[in-house]
Design a protein around this ligand. Structure first.
Ligand code: ADP
Ligand code: MG
Length: 356
């Protein structure tokens, strides 16, 4: 069953189109991530779901209840939707405990117990209850904002770039903690981010936005492997994109002959491979020619457990183009040094991209 159903949502600010015909279903209990570059409409969409913005047209339903359509607009405070805005927005003149307890109806001991429980659930030490927001780190403030939203026992939780202010190590730890917390509480969640690795790791369902449009949605692995177009491919990670001629299930390109995952024949198209699909084998001069293609490592960017190599292909075709450069990932320990002659072979299929 779907918790949230968005249908053909449109929103403009003057001549600026912020959202264009957005339709999306969010399954109950899932973690949906909306990802897209800055200005693509992510915050506008979240604010609309929360009830702080209203669409020009389209409808929005939660657990079968219509929240917005042509005739009705349920106000934000009646939606039972938790919203943690981009900056966390704690009340600066209230302590941690008062922030978390803001919307709680309970009084006295029951209230204190509930606040302690909520602090515990977001891994905040009880000694912080009487601190002021400015006495907390970014990560602690985010957890207070989350606890405050959880206190409402929302039917849906909306998180707008919740980890963007945190440094890399803490961000990954917080992401895991929040994912586990929301899973334990069984709360359907929509998280917005412009960080592709965060999106891929947090999502059950990923929705990619660009310029107010929903470009593609689905399981993160499917979007990573089968992006709709080149921009989406590059937004979700490094990619090798090159022209090819598609024929009988094969792409013929500068890398030789590669099997493809769709079979539209006899046409020119762009194909995509992820760098981890390229495998290098040391190929000193004179080694017998195999399938695939030869190249020279021109750069070796050592990154610990993985190395990113730039490989210039020795194009075999008759035309005089300079060799194409590719990014290839290799395990750091076994990466061939710059200057090495290599043989490039392909793991798996190439993905044929749609026309732009
Ligand atoms: P994102 O969160 O993806 O960075 P936003 O939803 O904040 O993007 O903004 C989408 C577009 O809508 C931007 O071009 C932004 O300038 C515009 N926009 C958002 N809110 C308003 C507003 N209240 N008034 C005018 N334009 C707005
Ligand atoms: Mg935003």
């Amino acid at each position: 069953m779907n918790a949230l159903e968005l249908h053909s949502i449109c929103k403009s600010y003057g001549s600026q189109r912020a959202l264009e015909n957005i339709s999306l279903s969010v399954p109950t209990g899932s973690r949906t991530v909306i990802v897209g570059p800055s200005g693509s409409g992510k915050t506008t969409l979240l604010r609309m779901i929360a009830g702080f913005e209203f669409p020009d047209s389209g409808s929005l339903a939660l657990n079968g209840q219509m929240l917005v359509d042509g005739t009705r607009e349920v106000p934000a405070h009646q939606r039972l939707i938790g919203y943690v805005p981009q900056d966390g927005a704690l009340f600066p003149h209230m302590t941690v405990a008062a922030n978390i307890g803001f919307g709680l109806a309970a009084k006295g001991v029951a209230r204190q117990e509930r606040i302690a429980e909520l602090m515990d659930s977001v891994a905040l030490d009880s000694s912080m209850a009487n601190r002021w927001p400015h006495e907390l780190s970014g990560g602690q403030q985010q957890r207070v904002a989350l606890a405050r939203a959880l206190a409402q026992q929302p039917r849906l939780m909306l998180l707008d770039e919740p980890f963007s202010a945190l440094d890399t190590g803490l961000r990954a730890a917080m992401r895991k903690l929040v994912a586990r917390l929301l899973a334990d509480a069984g709360v359907t969640t929509i998280l917005v981010t412009h960080d592709q690795s965060e999106a891929l790791s947090f999502a059950d369902q990923l929705a990619v936005m660009r310029q107010g449009r929903l470009v593609q949605s689905g399981h993160p692995l499917d979007l990573y492997r089968y992006p709709a177009d080149e921009q989406t491919a590059l937004f979700l990670g490094d990619a090798v994109v090159m022209p090819a001629r598609i024929e009988a299930g094969w792409a013929h390109c500068d890398l030789g002959r590669i099997p493809v995952n769709n079979h539209r024949n006899n046409r020119s198209a762009q194909i995509m491979l992820r760098p981890e699909q390229l495998q290098l084998i040391s190929a000193p001069n004179g080694l017998a020619q195999q399938d695939g293609c030869r190249g020279v490592v021109t750069e070796c960017d050592f990154g610990g457990n993985t190395c990113t190599l730039t490989v210039e292909l020795q194009t075999l075709s008759a035309d005089e183009r300079p060799g194409r450069s590719l990014l290839v990932r290799s395990s750091g320990m076994h990466a061939p040094p710059a200057g090495s002659e290599v043989h490039v072979s392909i793991i798996g299929h190439a993905h044929v991209l749609s026309e732009p």
